[in-house]
Design a protein around this ligand. Structure first.
Ligand code: DHB
Length: 394
């Protein structure tokens, strides 16, 4: 049995990009169907990054009472860069008059899912997309298997792949599931969640001879921290004591408040930009289109910027039959994508210690860090990029 559904926009992926796009389209009276392979519980419990740009929070504000970013999340007006035994505050508020919010992505997803369901969104979990057909036609199709193992075909005026770094939709756009510009890194992050009071009231990005560490927070009683590790590391191979001593060694000058570790993961990362972002009536956004290393927390915010551009382009196309914005979508999105790629690569390479770093590399890196913190122009660039360049209008 095959069920066929007809909609205006078929959105593959109920992550931040897919859900936000369905919200913006609904606001313009454009109906969509959102499908995701995962269950709602999986989406709402997968631990991801925690920093939202001000523009992202303002967009979440349009969910009304559903957004808890400002009540449960907390505003941060700066971060600390630590190296060579000293901390240096980058004061976002003073430098660029903006801040960021620490609000975990899975909490934002709970808000988005609740808001979309309350708004009557057709949102289906447990749906595995196999392929997208007829990208160049007037009515592309998503071919999938639903939660009951029945074939599901979604016919739409436009198909959007917001289906993450292992995107299935990408192949319909680029001609292959991997086609893109890549960079791999010789390190990964060992991440923990611990039940403990905060060790610092702002984030500390620390470069030390032993490698990078990031001290982040979640709540008054739960903290998130990361340290640089081998990409092949087994998250369960270290005892809690070994995890704490690895972290502690990388944040000299601060005594971390230790507590039970209740979640640990190794995050491998890479930089990636797909060769194409659109083909005919199919486009990819968010991690399906690009991934950034986590240093600087650009991932979700970049997805939001893609969605704002695509939303406007789809409104013009579907409401006014105007193709100009959709024709310019990839070029417009790529300008920000490559700026964010650069910033994420720069923060990563400036703060981590490569396994084969020579003394020259190490001393040059300290020179680079000093030229950022000791210059108002250097600090301002970091603050501008971290808090986010202005978003396109919704
Ligand atoms: C967090 C993650 C990041 O990648 C980052 O740059 C800052 C904070 C976090 O998970 O808290």
């Amino acid at each position: 049995m095959t069920a066929t559904v007809r909609t205006r926009v078929a959105i593959v992926g109920a992550g931040p990009a897919g859900l936000l796009l369905s919200h913006l389209l609904a606001g313009a009276g454009i109906e969509s169907v959102v499908v995701d392979q995962r269950t709602r519980e999986q989406i709402e419990s997968t631990i991801r990054a925690g920093i939202l740009e001000q523009g992202t929070v303002e967009l979440l504000d349009t969910l009304g009472e559903f957004s808890r970013a400002r009540t449960v999340g907390s505003r941060h007006d700066g971060i600390e860069l630590r190296f060579a035994g000293h901390g240096h505050r980058i004061d976002f508020a003073e430098l660029v008059g903006r801040g960021v919010w620490l609000y975990p992505q899975h909490e934002a997803l709970k808000d988005l899912i609740a808001a979309r369901l309350a708004g009557g969104q057709d949102l289906r979990f447990g749906v595995t997309v196999e392929r997208v057909e007829d990208a160049d036609g007037a009515l592309p199709r998503v071919v999938a298997v639903d939660a009951d193992r029945e074939e599901l075909v979604i016919e739409a005026d436009f198909v959007v792949g917001a289906d993450g770094s292992r995107s299935v939709v990408r192949a319909a756009v680029t001609g292959s599931s991997t086609g893109g510009y890549f960079r791999e890194y010789p390190f990964a992050w060992f991440g923990i969640l611990t039940e403990a009071p905060p060790s610092a009231h702002e984030l500390i990005y620390s470069n030390s001879p032993d490698g990078f560490a990031l001290v982040s927070q979640r709540s008054p009683t739960v903290q998130r921290m990361y340290f640089q590790c081998d990409p092949e590391a087994d998250p369960n191979a270290l005892t809690e004591e070994e995890v704490w001593s690895a972290l502690q060694a990388r944040v000299p000058g601060t005594t971390l408040v230790e507590g039970p570790i209740f979640q640990r993961d190794v995050l491998r990362f890479r930089s990636f930009v797909a060769h194409e972002l659109r083909k005919g009536r199919v486009a990819i956004v968010g991690d399906a289109a690009h991934t950034v290393p986590p240093t600087g927390a650009k991932g979700m915010n970049l997805a939001v910027a893609d969605v704002l551009l695509l939303n406007r382009a789809l409104q013009a196309l579907l409401l006014e039959d105007d193709e100009r914005l959709i024709d310019g979508f990839a070029d417009a999105a790529l300008k920000r994508i490559w700026k964010a790629q650069h910033f994420s690569w720069w923060m990563t390479s400036m703060l981590h210690v490569a396994p084969d770093a020579s003394d020259f590399d190490r001393l040059r890196q300290l020179g680079e860090l000093r030229s950022v913190v000791e210059s108002e122009a250097g600090r301002t660039y970091l603050a501008e990029a971290y808090t986010g360049w202005p978003f396109p209008a919704p």
